[in-house]
Design a protein around this ligand. Sequence first.
Ligand code: PMT
Length: 223
Amino acid sequence: ARGKTLSGKKVLVTAGGTIERLDPVRYLTNDSSGKMGFALAEAAALLGAEVTVVAGRTTASPPGGVRIVRAESAGEMLETVLNLYDEMDIVIKAAAVADYRPVHTYEHKLKKTGERLVLELERTTDILQTLGERKRHQLLVGFAAETGNLETYALDKLNRKKCDLIVANDVSSEDAGFNVDTNAVRIYGPEGLVEDVPLLSKRETAARIMDVVVRRMKTSGGG
Ligand code: PMT
């Protein structure tokens, strides 16, 4: 039993993938189902927290007992998350946010021609980095989806984005990462590896991540 260790705390979780529109019927997105983010939201709610999920495109069903706020694009997710940020005690960024978006979003459906079509993309704002720069009392938890060099890239993201913890998953493994029911993660803090979580259901992975978050809240006196 884990107890209501987060009662009175406000937790924000982002889940799913963002959608970057090209025209009214076409968009760029990724394979995120929202399973990991929703599992974290559920785990935090079970610990007694008041949970808000900012969700992009998801295919998983959202848990009960949490507030769901929809945000389509990286830009919308940034705005929504920033509006909620000050009141939060813990922020967990499990969403797969687009790094690039089309420079032009066409108002009408693009017509095909005989020519090649070249799409020009521009960078989106990094939400996690923005939160890191504006961090005050919040415990900020990022994710890192990597296909190799887990520790190096995860610690680099933790430092650049000023996170308190980063959850790294090797998404090259078939049973971990995007759109599957299981995950295997390593949780890093500024001091290095904090916990190696083996292959488990996303529900159990989420509970293990929240255990680490609860321990950090205690040691940092956060909230
Ligand atoms: O939804 P599921 O199907 O269950 O899959 C879960 C998952 C694989 C999506 C999840 O476990 C995960 O790894 N999420 C993060 C995916 C990701 O975008 O990783 P990244 O390494 O590209 O980004 C690092 C961090 O920066 C993430 O916390 C991300 O939310 C954040 N970011 C990235 C780009 C951006 N423009 N803004 C951000 O905030």
